[in-house]
Design a protein around this ligand. Structure first.
Ligand code: NAD
Ligand code: FES
Length: 283
């Protein structure tokens, strides 16, 4: 059982938990993820590590309440316990002094970008971070991102804060005047696709962290399969980070959309059954 030491609402649909998990915190590295379950029959929820503190033995989870399991997770409070937390899982980010780096975080993707930007800065890179959200009210971690960046650029889709633009606009502005050695992007698949389209034009290496559907997290079920450079890979064990220029984003988005449609259909069926979940698996 894993104690929730701190709960913070970052926006209406995004919640932060600081979880006591000493063994995971000791081994965690930027880029890793973990899987949690709120109860024994609960769905397994994969989350990229948003922060960790080895001294205090804590890991930070930032999640968007989008489906049944994450909504249930959001009902837990400080002092409550999470049944299972397994991790750290996946490969950690490749950190070295590349030189000039741009870290792009879109929406909830800002959270997993943070520890990677921090490690890249500590490794001596000059880090420019671009963080974007639909609107000011759902933008979070501005100060945390500023602390680990040489320069921070903020965009909102509606212009309520920072520059009125998608994250790709300031990215392209920088790429067309400066030599950049690496771009790291985490956010919705559509954002990562267009970040990669932008960086491809300037031939800049681009790493993305994929959010495909995971079930077992061990490479056995095939749920998280993605196509990278024409080959099938498993996000859970081969990723979650990949060379963005090799990712088949259209296939990833199709599979994510299929999941959402199936989950909505399953939830409608659950409601039609009087609100009980008769063991429907959403994958
Ligand atoms: P969102 O839809 O609000 O988008 C966030 C930002 O991404 C926008 O403000 C914009 O700047 C940029 N963006 C969106 N569409 C774009 C486009 N077509 N071109 C260029 N830039 C674009 O994001 P959200 O609702 O917070 O994101 C939720 C999604 O992010 C979920 O699907 C979730 O699974 C995913 N996510 C992924 C990871 C990951 O590890 N890859 C982590 C957290 C969340
Ligand atoms: Fe099952 Fe990756 S989650 S193979």
């Amino acid at each position: 059982m894993f104690n929730i030491l701190k709960k913070e609402e970052l926006s209406e649909h995004v919640t932060l938990f600081e979880i006591e998990a000493g063994d995971i915190a000791r081994k965690a590295k930027p880029g890793n993820y973990f899987i949690l379950r709120t109860h024994e029959k609960g769905e397994r929820v994969p989350l990229t590590i948003a922060d960790f503190d080895r001294g205090r033995g804590t890991i930070t989870a930032v999640f968007q309440k989008v489906g049944k399991s994450t909504n249930h997770l959001g009902t837990l409070n400080e002092g409550d316990f999470i049944t299972d937390v397994v991790g750290p899982l996946g490969n950690d980010s490749h950190i070295e002094n590349f030189g000039r780096v741009i870290c792009v975080g879109g929406g909830v993707g800002i959270a997993p970008v943070y520890p990677i930007a921090k490690a890249l800065k500590e490794a001596g890179n000059r880090v420019t971070s671009i963080i974007g959200a639909r609107s000011k009210s759902i933008l979070f971690w501005e100060e945390k991102m500023r602390d680990v960046s040489d320069e921070l650029i903020i965009t909102t889709d509606d212009g309520s804060y920072g520059t009125k633009a998608l994250v790709t606009a300031p990215l392209e502005d920088i790429l067309c005047i400066e030599k950049v050695d690496l771009v790291l992007a985490i956010g919705p698949a559509i954002m990562m696709k267009f970040v990669c389209r932008t960086t491809e034009k300037y031939n800049v290496k681009t790493i993305v962290s994929l959010n495909s559907i995971m079930i077992d997290g061990t490479g056995m079920c095939g749920g998280c399969r993605v196509e990278i450079g024409g080959e099938t890979k498993y996000t859970c064990v081969d990723g979650p980070e990949f060379n963005g220029h090799e990712v088949n984003f259209d296939l990833l988005m199709n599979r994510l959309q299929g999941y959402i449609d199936e989950e909505n259909m399953a939830m409608n069926r659950v409601q039609a059954c009087g609100g009980k979940n008769y063991g429907i698996k959403y994958s």
